[in-house]
Ligand binder design. Structure first.
Ligand code: HDE
Length: 682
């Protein structure tokens, strides 16, 4: 897609167009519009003399540069965004009067920002961490922000503890180590001493926190929100995003290596998919509970450490979001976007979830300092697409020029305008929930069961997913220096599953807990990634090839992979053209120096000249590593020899053979499976 994007019917895109500037082909000026004659040398008294104070051009250029940075987000600093649209499949009229959820087929512009939580703005992307999944819907009734995560529960139950949680997970203050990692003492000390973290920790140590791609993650609103319909009736609601490509993850060893090989792995993946026209799609789902059923469950539906199991409360798919446009400028859009769970539209309201209630305060507060004052709603990315008028005035960097003398309400000079709207005119009216009680600093007893759903999650995992959780526990705690912390955590998680805790204890060489376990036997198949959608679309296949390969046959396999939506990329021992038999050529995009198996979903070994020993060695290392990460591997013609020599022939997820159609079908099926976990890997 070109940078000179056409303005389409998308109202947000149309609005942004007014602010886009293309400097190409223009004369250079100062910010005052003065044409500049010289931009390399400061103004001096003599060619070897001192710089003069009157050099306004130098001063302006340097001053602006000196102020280019703004504070990074205290959490979710490392993020990447894209524009798109939301299309409604099914009217939610019965439950909510939100206009963007009324008419099937209606489209709403959106902006999404994905992020990691703990790392700084420049940290690597495939770290073990929760991912933010924040969506701004630019609706005709104002901006609605669904500021969610890729995990449906949270570490704590009350916003009061958020600063403690974040202090514990961020680098330790005495030495600023480690960056973007939860594998350190203070985080695990927090976990052991705040046992409401148990359920979230099970998710945190699962494959969910090392996603293959932002395009392959679920998203969750986490809290219970409220839908309110035209008649004023309320329903509890939870929000879900379900990726069309399914939910897929990396393996831990691979994730760590990617952080070195390509710290931009996730943003690059998203950016390229959109540039290629492979627009990421997420279906939007709601779980709805009637108000009279509030107390029917064996957990409190307002507790943000609890899910509503999908088998008990089905997720109704009501629409789809498509991300179809990269930003023009990451700072202007992705960095300056300001999300707020309190940005709602009529028909969507809050509940008393104490985590949500605290968030309603925090976001504006942090944005006031991060974006330098109260006018950040005027930044192009944050502006609603509908008109906005009120009596708020002035402040740093005010852009709106409000005319006239009146900036107060009530008034007679402007006929008491801007005027408020009645509910039937679209005025936002809070849901009139009845509340009464004593002022207390306390937690409801209904929030006290910290382990049942942690066990539900464990029970729902496949064998390999369970192994990954045990490995993750052993890694994270293995990085802690304090034995007492390791012991406290293992003892705590004996409440989730005794055997799991015992295995972790054995790996850590500490005392295995003898008592524990849980009476929960229930499981929720929807929680296992094993049951996710399988889809080979956009999977990256490394094609290992050198001169002398079987020209026609390999070429036709590459063409077929491409036409079936996969992305074969040629890796060879040198860049440039690689020549096969019959003089057929392909261009190598990568060498073994610039590419690595961890950056691909699958490997196709096409090989070539068998006497090329250097190629043979590099290719062997490549496939061995891919095999150890459970990736699908395919080989035809001379490539089969490499698999043979490496003892990989006929292993699970390894496909070989010279009959093109059979090979291709089997290979693509192996790629759809994502990883072959039952493979015998040491
Ligand atoms: Fe946030 N969170 N959060 N959070 N959060 C921020 O706001 C906060 C929580 C989430 O891409 C901050 O503008 C508190 C849950 C996302 O710009 C800050 C609590 C969920 C993003 C803040 C939570 C989230 C943020 C930092 C506990 C999932 C990135 C910068 C009560 C439902 C948005 C900013 C973006 C960002 C506070 C817990 C999601 C400090 C106090 C639960 C996706 O205001």
């Amino acid at each position: 897609m070109s940078k000179d994007r056409k303005v389409d019917g998308n109202s947000k895109n149309k609005q942004l167009e007014q602010f886009r500037v293309d400097d190409r082909g223009k004369k250079m000026t100062t910010n005052q519009g003065l044409k500049i004659s010289e931009d390399e040398f400061s103004l001096k008294s003599g060619v070897r003399g001192p710089t003069l104070m009157e050099d306004f051009h130098f001063r302006e250029k340097m001053t602006h540069f000196d102020h280019e940075r703004i504070p990074e987000r205290i959490v979710h600093a490392r993020g990447y965004g894209a524009h798109g649209e939301f299309e409604l499949y099914e009217s939610m009229e019965k439950y909510t009067k939100a206009k963007f959820l009324q008419k099937p087929g209606s489209k709403t512009p959106v902006f999404v920002r994905y992020s990691t939580v703990a790392g700084s703005k420049g940290s690597a992307e495939t770290v073990r961490d929760v991912r933010g999944f924040a969506t701004k819907f630019y609706t005709e009734e104002g901006n609605y922000d669904l500021v969610g995560n890729n995990i449906p529960v949270f570490f704590i139950q009350d916003a009061m503890k958020f600063p403690d949680l974040i202090h514990a997970v961020k680098p330790e203050p005495h030495n600023e180590i480690p960056q973007a990692a939860s594998a350190h003492d203070t985080f695990w000390d927090f976990v052991a001493n705040n046992q409401e973290t148990a359920h979230m920790i099970m998710w945190h140590l699962s494959d969910r926190t090392i996603p293959r791609s932002f395009r392959m993650m679920e998203g969750f609103g986490v809290h219970t929100f409220r839908f309110v319909n035209e008649n004023g009736n309320g329903h509890f609601v939870k929000f879900h995003w379900k990726p069309k490509l399914g939910v897929h993850s990396l393996v831990w060893d691979e994730a760590q290596k990617i952080n070195g090989k390509d710290p931009d792995f996730h943003r690059k993946d998203l950016y390229k998919a959109i540039e290629n026209g492979d627009y990421p799609e997420f279906e939007f789902g709601v779980q709805i509970i009637d108000e009279e059923d509030e107390f029917k469950f064996d957990f409190d539906i307002l507790d943000p450490t609890k899910i509503w199991p999908e088998e008990d409360v089905p997720v109704k798919i009501i629409g789809k979001m498509t991300l179809n446009r990269n930003v023009d400028n990451v700072f202007a859009e992705t960095e300056q976007v300001a999300f707020h769970p309190g940005s709602v539209v009529p028909g969507i309201d809050f509940t008393n979830d104490p985590l949500l209630q605290g968030r309603l305060f925090s976001y504006t507060d942090t944005q006031l300092i991060r974006l330098g004052g109260p006018n950040f709603h005027e930044l192009p990315i944050n502006r609603p697409v509908c008109p906005f008028h009120n009596n708020q005035r002035d402040g740093y960097s005010r852009q709106t020029i409000n005319k006239g003398p009146v900036s107060y309400h009530n008034n007679s000079l402007a006929s008491n305008t801007p005027e408020t709207s009645r509910e039937d005119e679209g005025g936002y009216v809070h849901y009139q929930e009845k509340v009464e009680g004593r002022k207390v600093r306390a937690r409801s007893d209904s929030f006290l069961d910290h382990f049942s759903q942690a066990t539900l999650f464990w029970n729902s995992m496949s064998t390999s997913e369970k192994e990954h959780i045990i490995d993750a526990f052993s890694f994270e705690l293995g990085k802690c220096k304090e034995k007492s912390i390791q012991q406290q955590v293992v003892d705590m998680f004996a409440n989730v599953n005794l055997e799991m805790a015992q295995q972790v204890a054995a790996n850590l060489g500490i005392t295995a807990p003898e008592h524990g376990g849980s009476s929960v036997t229930k499981s929720s198949p929807a929680l296992s990634q094993e049951n996710t959608r399988k889809n080979p679309d956009t999977r990256k296949v490394a094609v290992l090839i050198t001169d002398g390969y079987s020209g026609k046959e390999v070429h036709s396999i590459l063409t077929d992979l491409d036409s079936k939506g996969l992305q074969p990329e040629i890796v060879s021992d040198k860049l440039g053209m690689v020549t096969g038999t019959e003089g057929i050529q392909v261009e190598a995009q990568h060498t073994f120096l610039t590419a690595d198996s961890v950056l691909f979903d699958a490997v196709y070994v096409a090989t070539g000249d068998a006497s090329n020993q250097k190629f043979f060695e590099k290719a062997s290392y490549f496939v061995q590593e891919a095999f150890s990460h459970f990736k699908p591997i395919g080989a035809t013609h001379d490539g089969v020899k490499i698999l043979q020599e490496n003892n990989l022939l006929n292993r699970l997820g390894v496909v070989s053979g010279d009959t093109p159609e059979i090979f291709l079908n089997e290979f693509i099926e192996a790629i759809s499976d994502h990883r072959h976990w039952d493979r015998d890997v040491i």
